[in-house]
Design a protein around this ligand. Structure first.
Ligand code: MG
Length: 257
């Protein structure tokens, strides 16, 4: 079921968006070569407790997960491209890090992800991250009332393929509200003018996650982490947005922080 939110409800969703944005911004500034992934999870957990927020991940147990996730943040490193389960690993120079974070504040969810490199970056990784961010920006620009889901999907695909990157469409964006995942599904590839019409009050997470040279994945022995089949790296950029009469509002915006 697709639910549309009133302007008052969109205002109520802002604290969740702000908390997710601030947490990712803080973690991104703190995480460096030598940081252990379990410490990132602990730090995020502390911030959740202090804010009185609720993790959307810790008890998350969908059909594709071997067990409840058990952590509060996804840390996907290098060839781990999605759903990275934090484990005892200290980041090395040049690692490509993706943090994906979703919480509920006052009963409303926000979901956002960011990729960055610790230490000395490889050019191809910076290019992949830049493409992912530009794909998200193009997708948000297309998230106008009167357009359709396919316009968002096509915007992501156009930017990604033009840069020579690959897309796996097994996972994509989604409706956001009281729960982390709702309708409509927002594929990362599609045809303009097709799919569900975008209406004011629709709240969605848009999340291009791109790969360097494959669209095939396999699941790590941890039962959660998805890795690229050929070992190439992935990047991920996600915001929760509200579609309004006056254009999209980025609820998880970090640009002003
Ligand atoms: Mg997410």
């Amino acid at each position: 079921m697709i639910e549309l939110r009133t302007p008052a409800e969109i205002e109520q969703m802002r604290p969740a968006g702000r908390f997710v944005a601030e947490t990712l911004n803080t973690l991104k500034s703190e995480v460096t070569v030598g940081t252990n992934l379990l410490d990132i999870d602990r730090r995020a957990h502390d911030m959740i407790r202090k804010a009185g927020a609720t993790s959307c991940y810790i008890d998350y147990h969908p059909s594709f997960g071997a067990m409840p996730f058990g952590k509060v943040i996804c840390t996907s490193i290098n060839d781990a491209v999605l759903h990275g389960l934090p484990f005892d690993y200290s980041l090395r120079d040049g690692d490509l890090v993706t943090l994906d974070f979703a919480v509920s504040v006052d009963g409303w969810v926000a979901d956002s992800a960011v990729s960055f490199v610790v230490g000395t970056p490889r050019d191809e990784d910076l290019r992949l991250i830049d493409t992912t961010e530009r794909a998200l920006k193009a997708a948000i620009d297309a998230a106008q009332a009167g357009n359709r889901v396919g316009d968002i999907s096509a915007a992501i695909a156009e930017v990604s393929y033009a840069a020579g990157h690959t897309i796996n469409t097994d996972f994509g964006g989604h409706g956001v509200g009281r729960e982390m995942h709702g309708d409509p599904h927002i594929p990362n590839d599609g045809r303009p003018g097709r799919g569900f019409p975008l209406k004011p009050g629709l709240i969605i997470a848009i999340e291009p996650w791109l790969l360097q040279s494959t669209d095939e994945l396999y699941t790590d022995q941890d039962g959660w982490t998805l890795r690229s089949a050929d070992g190439s790296r992935g990047a991920h950029s996600e915001h929760t947005i509200a579609i309004t009469e006056d254009g999209p509002i980025i609820l998880t915006d970090r640009s002003h922080l």
